[in-house]
Design a protein around this ligand. Structure first.
Ligand code: ANZ
Length: 952
C-alpha cells in the first residue's frame, strides 16, 4: 500500500483503493479461515461444536437465488444481497444466530441452448458460471455460510427435489380435512368402502386396471391429456408466458399449435382456498398479495342450468358459470367455447333455416359445416388473443335454449371469446351489462335487454343500479333491488326450483409440470410394458441425468401441427430402458423422458439451506423447527426475511407455497408457509443508448459533447431503463471494487435511496461514498504515520447528544432496512466529530461509531476495530445502546408575543415552569422595551410552543 500511495503522491496511510483492497482481502481471508458466518444448527452435521452454543434467538435471511448466467453480475444484482447482508450483520450484533447463504438456480434453458450451439455439456458451463459469480460475490464481503450454498443441479440437491415429487405423487387432497394425505390412506378408505371413487363406483367391483385409474384420479400429481402449446420448431411444449399474442414462440418466432398431449400436472388447484386465505398471515407487500389473489382468481358465483333440445332429440342441460345470476332476465343468447365437448350434442343436424340471419352462419349452409370451418380458423389463436379481440366471431349452432327464469328461447352460439378451460366452458350472455357480450350482440344483431337501470344505447352498463325488467310469475321479483340482494334472491330461487346452485370458481389452473428438454431434473417415474406409470422407491434416488452427445430435441417441420414431441432423453435408449424389481420380480421398465420445469428447485431450496448435508431427510424437522417454525399460535412460520424482485410475485412464490403446504400436511415441516416476510427491492436503473436503427449500443463507450451523445462518431439517443444485458448498460461490480473497494460499493448502493424504490446508477457519485469512508479513516488513523489518533477523554454533553441520537436513529433504521438513512446519520456524526476534534478524537466517541459502521462497511470496520486494540472480530460485538436522557432537548426556544405580535425569542431549560419562562422573557431587553411602563395584565405560556404577554 505504501508504495502505491507514494506513487500517487498521497499520504502513505490514506484510505484509497489500494489500501481498501488490502484490508478487504485480509478480512475476507480471516472470515473464511475462522468460519465466522457459520451458523450452528440444533442437530446434525452443523450442530454446535465443543465450546460453541446455540443461541435461542435466531434469524433466517434469504435472497432470491440467482441463475448463474454467463454474463456474470452487474451492480444491480447485489443491491438486495448487500441489503440482506447488512441486516444479517446488524442482527448478529444483537446476539442472534443468523442463517444467511446464497445458492444457485442452475437448471434451465440458457445453459442448454448454449450446449446445443457449442456441444459443451451444460454442467461445464453452469459450473464455470457459478465459479465466476462466486468470485464476484466473494469480493463484496457478504457474510454467507458457504457450507449451506447449494445449487439445484447438485445431485445431492435434486435427489430431494425428486423425493418431494414422489411425496406429492403419492398423496391426495382430502377435501374434508382440506389437506394432503398419503395415498395409502386413500386406498384403505376406498377398500373399506368409506370413500367412493371419483365416478361414484364401489372400489371392490373394479378390475385391477380400473383400481389403478381410480387411485390416479386422486393423486396430487397426475397425467393429463391437456391442451398445451406445442412448438415443433423448438421441439418442445411452451408455457403460456412463452407464447406471443400472435401465437408464436417468444424465442425463435416459430408457430405454436394448441395440442392435446399427455403431460404431468400438479394439482395446485386443490390448494386454491388455502393459498388465498393464508395470505392474511403473511407479512408481504400488499401489492404482491393482490397479484396472488388475482392469479388464483377466486370468484363467488352460481351455476345455472339452461336446457336445449339435443341433436338426438333428448334434452341437453347446459350449465353456465356466472358471477351475475341477478342478470338472468337479460340473458338473450348463450355462447359455448368451440372446443367444448358439449357442442357436439347441441349442434343441429341439417341445413340452417331459411330465415336465419346471414351473419350467424359463417358462410356455410349447415351448422355442422359452419362449426367445422370455424374450429379450423381459430386453432392457432392464443387465449389472450381470443379474449381481447374486439371483433367478435362465432357461429350459430342452429338451436335454442330455454332461459329458466322466463322461458325465453335464446339462440346458442359457438364463440371463441368463451374459454374452454374456465367455468363450464359455456356462458349465458347478458349484452346489456357485459362488455364482451355487448360487442357480440352488436356484431350479430342480437337483442339487448337492460335489467339494471342504466343507459345501454352506446355500450354495456357495468355499474350498480336498481334492477328493472326482472320479474316472473313463479315468485321471483328483483325489481328495485341492488346487486347483492338480487344475486342472493336469484340463487335462492334457482336452488328451490332446481335450476342452479351457488358455486366458487377459480382462475388458477393445475400446474403443467413437464418439459421436453435436457437440462432439468429427471422424473423418478418408470412405465411398465403396458405404459402404466410407477413411482420409484426412495432408495432408487437420485435418478441421475444421463450424459448425452446431443442435447437438442428432435427437429420437426415447424409448420407440422401433427408432429409429436420427442425429448432429448428419449434418444438415450440404454438409459430409458431399465431392468428393475419394483416388487413383482425383475422386469423391463421405461423411464420418463421429460424433465421437471425450472421452477422445481426454487420451490423448496430454503429448506435445504437449513440442513444442506442431511443424508437421511431433506431437512431434519428439529432444524426446521428452530429456523422456520411458528413462534406463536397465529404465526405460520417460514423464513424471517426473503428479499427479491417483484417479478417473482406470482409463479415462484405460488409454487413454493404450494409445495411447502404439501410438506406441512404430510408432517415433514412445522411451518405452514415458506416465507413469513417478503420484501421487494427496487431496481438499479441506468442510461442506455440506441443508434438510428433503434439498436442498443454499449453505454460505456458513449461520449457526451454539449448535451449530445455519440457512439463511434454517430449520434445516439439516450434513454433510461433497468440495468442489464439487453440494454447494454451493465456496470460490473468488479470495476467499482477495483477503483474504490467493496466497502465503498456497499455504502454507495445502500445510500442511493429507499431500498424498495428504483434508483439511477451514477458511477461519478460513487466517489461520495468513498470520501465518507476516507473521513472515517482519517478520524481514527493518522494518514501520515498510520498510527491510531485517539485519546482517552470524557465525552462532553454535546458529544453524548450527538452519539446517542445517532445510535437511536441507526438502530431504528437498520431494523427497518432503511440503510440509506443509516448512512446519512453516520455521515453526520463523522462530520460532527471531524469538526469538533481537529486533533485526537476521544476513544469513547469512535468505538461505537466503528461498530455502527460495521454492517454496511464491514472490512474497514474490522480493520479499525483491530487497530483500536481489539483481538476479536467485530462481527459479534454488541451493538451500542443509547440513553434516553441524551435524546431529549434540554433547552427550548419559544417565540414571545406582546399583545399578539412576536417581539422576540427566549431560550429556557426544557423543564422550566411558567414563571421561570415569563421571567426569562422579561429579562430580554427587546421584549422588556415593549412591556416597560405598562401594566402586565395577562401572562400566557403555551408549553413548548409560545409565550403571550398582554399589557395595557
Ligand atoms: C352473466 C354475466 C352478466 C356475467 C354480467 C358478467 C357480467 P369472473 O368474474 O372472471 O369469474 N364467463 C363464464 N364462463 C366463461 C368462460 N368460459 N369464458 C369466458 N367468460 C366466461 O368471470 C365470470 C363471468 O365471465 C361470468 O359471469 C360469465 O359472464 C363469464 F352482467 O355471466 B357472467
Amino acid at each position: 500500500m505504501t508504495e502505491a500511495n507514494q506513487a500517487n503522491n498521497q499520504p502513505s496511510h490514506r484510505y484509497g483503493a489500494p489500501l481498501a483492497g488490502e484490508i478487504e482481502k485480509k478480512w475476507r481471508d480471516f472470515w473464511a479461515e475462522n468460519g465466522t458466518f457459520h451458523a450452528p444448527n440444533p442437530v446434525g452435521d452443523l450442530a454446535p461444536g465443543a465450546g460453541e452454543h446455540l443461541p435461542e434467538d435466531k434469524l433466517f435471511v434469504q435472497d432470491m437465488f440467482p441463475y448463474p448466467s454467463g454474463a456474470g453480475l452487474h451492480v444491480g444484482h447485489p443491491l438486495g444481497y448487500i441489503a440482506t447482508d447488512v441486516y444479517a450483520r446488524y442482527n448478529r450484533m444483537l446476539g442472534k444466530n443468523v442463517l444467511h447463504t446464497l445458492g444457485y438456480d442452475a437448471f434451465g434453458l440458457p445453459a442448454e441452448q448454449y450446449a446445443i450451439q457449442t456441444g459443451t455439456h451444460p454442467r461445464t458451463t453452469t459450473m464455470a458460471n457459478i465459479e465466476n459469480m462466486r468470485r464476484q460475490l466473494d469480493q463484496l464481503g457478504l457474510g454467507h455460510d458457504e457450507r449451506r450454498a447449494v445449487a439445484t443441479t447438485d445431485t445431492e440437491f435434486y435427489r430431494w427435489t425428486q423425493w418431494i415429487f414422489l411425496k406429492i405423487y403419492n398423496s391426495w387432497f382430502d377435501p374434508d380435512q382440506q389437506k394432503a394425505r398419503p395415498i395409502a390412506e386413500l386406498i384403505d378408505e376406498l377398500e373399506s368402502g368409506a370413500r367412493r371413487t371419483a365416478d361414484g363406483r364401489t372400489y371392490s367391483e373394479l378390475s385391477d386396471a380400473e383400481k389403478r385409474a381410480a387411485v390416479d384420479d386422486f393423486r396430487l400429481v397426475y397425467l393429463s391429456n391437456s391442451m398445451v402449446n406445442w412448438c415443433p420448431g423448438l421441439g418442445t411444449v411452451l408455457a403460456n408466458e412463452e407464447v406471443t399474442a400472435e401465437g408464436r414462440s417468444e424465442r425463435g418466432n416459430f408457430r405454436v399449435f394448441r395440442k392435446k398431449l399427455s403431460q404431468w400436472m400438479m394439482r395446485i388447484t386443490a390448494y386454491a382456498d388455502r393459498l388465498v386465505d393464508d395470505l392474511e398471515k403473511l407479512d408481504w407487500p400488499e401489492k404482491v398479495k393482490t397479484m396472488q389473489r388475482n392469479w388464483i382468481g377466486r370468484s363467488q358465483g352460481a351455476e345455472v342450468t339452461f336446457r336445449a333440445p339435443g341433436a338426438d332429440g333428448t334434452e341437453v342441460p347446459i350449465t353456465v358459470f356466472t358471477t351475475r345470476a341477478d342478470t338472468l332476465f337479460g340473458a338473450t343468447f348463450m355462447a359455448v367455447a368451440p372446443e367444448a365437448e358439449l357442442i357436439d350434442q347441441l349442434v343441429a343436424e341439417g341445413e340452417y333455416a331459411a330465415d336465419v340471419d346471414k351473419r350467424w352462419t359463417y358462410g356455410a349452409s349447415s351448422p355442422r359445416e359452419a362449426l367445422a370451418a370455424y374450429r379450423r380458423d381459430i386453432a392457432a389463436k392464443s387465449d389472450v388473443e381470443r379474449q381481447e379481440n374486439k371483433d367478435k366471431t362465432g357461429v350459430f349452432l342452429g338451436t335454442y335454449a330455454t332461459n329458466p327464469v322466463n322461458g325465453a328461447k335464446v339462440p346458442i352460439f359457438a364463440a371463441d371469446y368463451v374459454l374452454a378451460g374456465y367455468g363450464t366452458g359455456a356462458l349465458m350472455a347478458v349484452p346489456a351489462h357485459d362488455e364482451r357480450d355487448y360487442e357480440f350482440a352488436r356484431a350479430f344483431g342480437l337483442e339487448i335487454i337492460p335489467v339494471l337501470d342504466g343507459d345501454v344505447s352506446e355500450q354495456a352498463f357495468i355499474g350498480d343500479a336498481e334492477h328493472i325488467n326482472s320479474a316472473n310469475d313463479a315468485g321471483l321479483n328483483l325489481n328495485g333491488l341492488g346487486k347483492q340482494e338480487a344475486i342472493e334472491a336469484t340463487v335462492d330461487w334457482l336452488v328451490v326450483e332446481g335450476h342452479g346452485t351457488g358455486k366458487v370458481q377459480y382462475k388458477l389452473r393445475d400446474w403443467l409440470f413437464a418439459r421436453q428438454r435436457y437440462w432439468g431434473e429427471p422424473f423418478p417415474i418408470v412405465y411398465d410394458a403396458e405404459g402404466h406409470p410407477h413411482s420409484l422407491p426412495e432408495d432408487m434416488l437420485p435418478v441421475e441425468l444421463p450424459e448425452v452427445e446431443d442435447y437438442a430435441p428432435a427437429a420437426f417441420d415447424p409448420e407440422d401441427a401433427t408432429s409429436e414431441p420427442q425429448p432429448p432423453l428419449a434418444k438415450v435408449t440404454d438409459w430409458v430402458e431399465v431392468e428393475l424389481d419394483l416388487g413383482d420380480g425383475p422386469q423391463t421398465y421405461y423411464r420418463d423422458t421429460n424433465v421437471m420445469p425450472q421452477w422445481a428447485g426454487s420451490s423448496w431450496y430454503q429448506l435445504r439451506y437449513i440442513d444442506p448435508t442431511n443424508k437421511d431427510a431433506l431437512v431434519d424437522i428439529e432444524n426446521e423447527r428452530y429456523w422456520t417454525g411458528p413462534q406463536s399460535e397465529e404465526d405460520c412460520g417460514g423464513v424471517d426475511l426473503y428479499v427479491g424482485g417483484v417479478e417473482h410475485a406470482v409463479l415462484h412464490l405460488l409454487y413454493s407455497r404450494f409445495w411447502h403446504k404439501v410438506l406441512y400436511d404430510l408432517g415433514y415441516v412445522t411451518s405452514s408457509e415458506p416465507y413469513r416476510r417478503l420484501y421487494n427491492q427496487g431496481y438499479i436503473q441506468a442510461y442506455a443508448y440506441t443508434d438510428s436503427r433503434g439498436v442498443y449500443v454499449p453505454a460505456a463507450e458513449v461520449e457526451e459533447r454539449d448535451g449530445t451523445f455519440y457512439y463511434q462518431g454517430e449520434e445516439v439517443t439516450q434513454e433510461y431503463g433497468k440495468m442489464g444485458k439487453s440494454l447494454k448498460n451493465a456496470v460490473a461490480p468488479d470495476d467499482i471494487v477495483r477503483d474504490f473497494g467493496a466497502d465503498t460499493l456497499r455504502v454507495y448502493e445502500m445510500s442511493m435511496g429507499p431500498l424498495d424504490t428504483s434508483r439511477p446508477w451514477a458511477t461519478k457519485d460513487v466517489v461520495g461514498a468513498h470520501r465518507f469512508l476516507q473521513r472515517l479513516w482519517r478520524l481514527i488513523i493518522d494518514e501520515e504515520t498510520g498510527e491510531v489518533y485517539t485519546r482517552d477523554a470524557e465525552l462532553t454533553d454535546d458529544d453524548n447528544k450527538a452519539l446517542h441520537r445517532t445510535i437511536a436513529g441507526v438502530r431504528e433504521d437498520y431494523a427497518h432496512l432503511r440503510d440509506n438513512t443509516v448512512v446519512a446519520k453516520l455521515i453526520e456524526y463523522v462530520n460532527y466529530l471531524t469538526k469538533t476534534y481537529p486533533g485526537e478524537v476521544p476513544l469513547a466517541a469512535v468505538e461505537p461509531l466503528v461498530i455502527m459502521v460495521a454492517p454496511v462497511a464491514p472490512h474497514i470496520a474490522e480493520e479499525l476495530w483491530s487497530r483500536l486494540g481489539h483481538d476479536e472480530t467485530i462481527t459479534f460485538v454488541s451493538f451500542p445502546t443509547f440513553e434516553e436522557k441524551w435524546l431529549v432537548d434540554d433547552e427550548i426556544t419559544l417565540p414571545v408575543q406582546v399583545n399578539g405580535k412576536v417581539r422576540g425569542r427566549v431560550t429556557v431549560p426544557a423543564d422550566a415552569d411558567q414563571d421561570a419562562v415569563v421571567d426569562a422573557a422579561l429579562a430580554d431587553s427587546k421584549i422588556a422595551s415593549h412591556v416597560e411602563g405598562k401594566d402586565l395584565v395577562k401572562k400566557i405560556v403555551v408549553p413548548g410552543r409560545m409565550v403571550n404577554l398582554v399589557v395595557k
